[in-house]
Structure formats: C-alpha cells, structure tokens
Design a protein around this ligand. Structure first.
Ligand code: CMP
Length: 147
C-alpha cells in the first residue's frame, strides 16, 4: 500500500542510452550502488506526455530540443529505493551533473552521457518531484516498497 513517508526516487534511462545498448550496464551500476528497482517499464513518450513531464522547463531555450530528444526513442522509467535512505540525493550523486564534461569518474553521466541534453539519465531533484514523477508513470498497483 502506498505511504508517502516511503523513501524513493524516480529515474529515466534516456533515449541515447537505450539506443546505444547501455540500459543493462546502467541498471547494473544502479544495483551495485545499493538501489533496489521497485517499479520499471519501457515506454516511448508522445510529445504531449514529454511536454507535460517537463512542464517546469517550458519556455527555456532548450525545451523544444529536449522534447525532440526525449521522444526520439524508447526510455526506461523506474522507481528506485536506496537501502540506506536519502534515495534522491544518493541517486543524484550516482548520476553526476547535467553537463557530462563536469561529471566525476564513476558517475553514470561520465560514462554514458554524450552532451548536456543527451545525458543518458534523469533523476528527480527532490522528494516532492520524485513522488510527482513516479505518479506520472506508475499506478499504485505497479509499485511495491521494501520496508
Ligand atoms: P534532466 O535531469 O532530465 O532535466 C531536464 C533536462 O533538460 C536535463 O536533464 C537535460 O537533458 C536538459 N537540459 C538542461 N539544461 C540544459 C542545457 N543547458 N542545454 C541542453 N539541455 C539541457
């Protein structure tokens, strides 16, 4: 049963990473870093869905290219729980910064991002957005919580 006090984050393996066959290696990194995948699906977003998901960036100069990119191929959406909590913060650390040229060794973006736009992975930036973004893609029946 859903309980908003649960700790989790929401992530997307983006089109360039899926296309390049890097879904498996990225999921392995996620598991190795101590995250459990508690919901997952592959989906090809429509422009309406991508625009709604990224509504917060509407008006930015990178909005249209971002929607072009995010609808260019299938993505893998998932809910993640870190075994020691702070899932949002720990996952942002594992991803590295938006611009891969600034990403430290050992981060997903250092290994798999091609540019600030084609940066391989998305992670929620707050608990509130983790909840919002998870609800966008998953119904309660598709979600389970390990403690
Ligand atoms: P994401 O974490 O999915 O959230 C918004 C996305 O917009 C971001 O990753 C990038 O893919 C993209 N983005 C953010 N800033 C820029 C930028 N300056 N140039 C191009 N794309 C950007």
């Amino acid at each position: 049963m859903y309980n908003s006090s649960h700790d989790f984050t929401f992530a997307i393996v983006k089109p360039n990473a899926v296309k390049a066959g890097n879904t498996g290696p990225i999921l392995a990194m996620i598991n190795k870093a101590g995250f459990e995948i508690t919901a997952m699906r592959m989906v090809k977003l429509t422009r309406a869905q991508a625009s709604s998901f990224y509504d917060i960036h509407r008006g930015e100069e990178f909005f249209i290219p971002l929607i072009d990119y995010m609808t260019s191929g299938p993505v893998v959406v998932m809910i993640l729980q870190h075994q020691t909590g702070n899932s949002v913060g720990r996952f942002r650390e594992l991803m590295g910064p938006t611009d891969p040229s600034e990403a430290p060794e050992g981060t997903i973006r250092k290994l798999f991002a091609e540019s600030p736009r084609m940066n391989a992975i998305h992670g929620a930036d707050s608990k509130m957005n983790a909840e919002k973004e998870s609800n966008f893609f998953f119904s309660g029946i598709e979600r389970f919580y390990s403690t």
